[in-house]
Design a protein around this ligand. Structure first.
Ligand code: BES
Ligand code: MN
Ligand code: ZN
Length: 466
C-alpha cells in the first residue's frame, strides 16, 4: 500500500471516495447528503459506515461514508480507528484505489490516518497456499507529507514486529533473531553460550539449557554525534515458552510463540531507527532462548547465579522471563546508560489485571514512567501504572538463596517487577508488561487477532521526542 499526498482528493480517480460524517451533521459530499443523510437517515455514529454507488456521475465508483461520532468526543485515536474501519471495508470490496476527503477535524490527522491505514491493511498470510490479495494499492489523502512519511516508517516497524511475533517458533528461533539483528547495519554483537557463561549470565543460560536451540544474547547499538541521552531498550526473547519442567497446560501453551513479542518490538524499532537519525544513543538488547523441558532443563529447587552475583532459587521454571531479563538488565546497567526500558510478555497476572487493552508499567523513576504513559497515549497505546512496592518481595524470600523466582499468586505482575528491580543498578528504569496486549485472541479496534506490535509506536515515539 502506498499513501499519496495530493492537493484535492475529490477529483482523483478512485474506486472509493471515503468521506466523514460527524454525528448529526452533514458530509462534504452532495450525493452522500442526499441519499445517506436525508433519505436513509444515516446518523454518523462512531464507526458506522454507509456505502453508495455513484453510477458514473463522479470520478470514483462509490462513496463510503464513515461515522466519526460526536464531534466533542473525536480525537486522534478515534480517527485512526475510523480510518482503519474504512480501509477494511474498502479492501473487503476489493478496491485498489481509495481516496479520503476528511473535513471538519480540528487537529492534524496526517500521522494517525497513515497509521490507521497501514495497521488495517496488515495480514499474516505467508503460509496460506491461496492468498486472497485484498490489499489496497493506493490511498490518496490531503495531509502533511512529512508527517505521513514519518508515520509510514513507524507503521513499517510495527508490521516488522507483528510478522516476527506471528512467525511460528519453529522458524523464529534465537539464532534467527540474532541473524535478523545483524541485518540492520547497526553495530551489533551476538554473544553465544560460552561468551554468556564468561559474563556470568547464569540465570539466562539456565532457562535456555533445556532446548536444542542455542541461546543468543543480542546487543544492537545505534549512535550519533553528541547524543543527548543514552537509552537501553530490552525485550523479553523467549522464542517458545513451554513452561519448562513446570510445563504449561495445553491451552496456555498454545500461543507461547508470542513470548518473544518484547524482542520483536525491539527488533522492529532497531530495524528503522537509522532512517530517523534521532539524536540519542539507543541500545537494543535481547536475551533470546527457548524454555523447554528435557534431561538438560533447569529444575525447581536449582539455585542460579545472575551476572551481578545475586543467587536465585527456582520456585517455578515457568517464571523464566524474569530470569533472562535479570541478566539482560545487569548487562544494560554496565553500559552506563541514562535510562533502561524493558518490554516483556511477563505475567499472566498483568493480563488478569488489565486485559488486552493496556500494558502494565512500573519503574523506579516517576518522571520516566509518566513520560512513557503520556507518549503511549499520544501514539495509540495504553500503559497503566502498577505499584512497585518492596512489600511484594515478601513472597520472593528464599531460605537458601537471595530470592526465589516466584512466590504468591496474587499481585504477580508487581512481584515480577520487584524481582527485576533487584538487577537494576544506578539507572532510571521502567518495566512494561505486555502479556495482555502483545497477542490478541480476537480482533480489537484496528488490530486483527494475533501479534499487535505492542510497544513499537510508544518506544519509537519516545525516542523521537528526545
Ligand atoms: N510468558 C508467560 C506469561 C504470559 C502469560 C504471557 C500469558 C502471555 C500470556 C510467563 O513466562 C509465565 O509463564 N508466567 C507465569 C509466572 C508464574 C509461574 C509465577 C504466569 O504468569 O503464570
Ligand atoms: Mn513462563
Ligand atoms: Zn514466558
Amino acid at each position: 500500500m502506498e499513501i499519496k499526498v495530493v492537493e484535492n482528493t475529490i477529483v482523483k480517480e478512485a474506486d472509493i471516495l471515503v468521506v466523514n460524517q460527524f454525528e448529526g451533521e452533514k458530509t462534504t459530499n452532495d450525493l452522500a447528503n442526499k441519499y445517506a443523510v436525508e433519505e436513509d437517515n444515516f446518523k454518523g455514529k462512531f464507526g458506522e459506515t454507509y456505502l453508495l454507488p455513484t453510477y458514473g456521475n463522479a470520478p470514483y465508483r462509490k462513496v463510503l461514508v464513515i461515522g466519526f461520532g460526536k464531534k466533542e468526543e473525536f480525537c486522534p485515536n478515534k480517527l485512526r480507528e475510523a480510518v482503519a474501519k474504512a480501509i477494511k471495508k474498502c479492501s473487503q470490496m476489493e478496491a485498489k484505489k481509495v481516496a479520503f476527503d476528511i473535513k471538519g477535524v480540528d487537529f492534524d490527522y496526517s500521522e494517525q490516518l497513515t497509521m490507521g491505514a497501514f495497521i488495517a491493511d496488515y495480514k499474516f498470510d505467508k503460509y496460506k497456499s491461496e492468498k486472497k490479495d485484498k490489499h489496497i494499492q493506493e490511498v490518496f489523502v490531503q495531509a502533511d507529507e512529512m508527517k505521513v512519511r514519518k508515520a509510514e516508517k513507524i507503521a513499517a516497524a510495527m508490521t516488522f514486529a507483528r510478522n516476527l511475533a506471528n512467525e511460528p517458533a519453529q522458524f523464529a528461533t534465537p539464532t534467527e533473531l540474532a541473524s535478523i539483528a545483524q541485518d540492520f547495519g547497526l553495530e551489533t554483537k551476538i554473544y553465544d553460550r560460552e561468551e554468556c557463561e564468561k559474563m556470568g549470565m547464569g540465570a539466562f543460560l539456565a532457562v535456555g539449557r533445556g532446548s536444542d536451540e542455542e541461546p543468543k544474547f543480542i546487543h544492537m547499538k545505534y549512535t550519533c554525534d553528541n547524543p543527548k541521552k543514552r537509552i537501553a531498550i530490552i525485550g523479553k526473547g523467549i522464542c517458545f515458552d513451554s513452561g519448562g519442567l513446570d510445563i504449561k497446560p495445553a491451552s496456555s501453551m498454545l500461543t507461547m510463540k508470542d513470548d518473544m513479542s518484547g524482542a520483536a518490538c525491539i527488533l522492529g524499532v532497531m530495524s528503522i531507527i537509522k532512517e530517523f537519525n534521532p539524536q540519542v544513543e539507543v541500545h537494543g538488547i535481547i536475551a533470546a532462548c527457548e524454555n523447554m523441558p528435557s534431561g538438560k532443563a533447569y529444575k525447581p529447587g536449582d539455585i542460579l547465579t545472575a551476572m551481578n552475583g545475586k543467587t536465585i532459587e527456582i520456585d517455578n521454571t515457568d517464571a523464566e522471563g524474569r530470569l533472562t531479563l535479570a541478566d539482560a538488565l545487569c548487562y544494560a546497567c554496565e553500559l552506563k546508560v541514562d535510562e533502561v526500558i524493558d518490554l516483556a510478555t511477563l505475567t499472566g497476572a498483568c493480563m488478569v489485571a488489565l486485559g488486552s487493552h493496556a500494558a502494565g508499567i512500573m519503574g523506579n523513576d516517576e518522571t520516566l514512567v509518566h513520560n512513557l504513559i503520556d507518549t503511549a497515549k499520544r501514539n495509540g497505546e495504553k500503559f497503566w501504572e502498577l505499584p512497585l512496592w518492596e512489600e511484594y518481595f515478601d513472597s520472593l524470600k528464599s531460605e537458601v538463596a537471595d530470592m526465589k523466582n516466584s512466590g504468591a499468586r496474587w499481585g504477580g505482575a508487581s512481584a515480577a517487577g520487584v524481582f527485576l528491580q533487584k538487577f537494576v543498578k544506578d539507572v532510571k528504569w521502567a518495566h512494561i508488561d505486555i502479556a495482555g496486549t502483545a497477542f490478541l485472541d480476537k480482533p480489537q479496534k484496528e488490530l486483527i487477532a494475533g501479534a499487535s506490535g505492542a510497544g513499537v509506536r510508544t518506544l519509537l515515539g519516545y525516542i523521537l521526542e528526545q
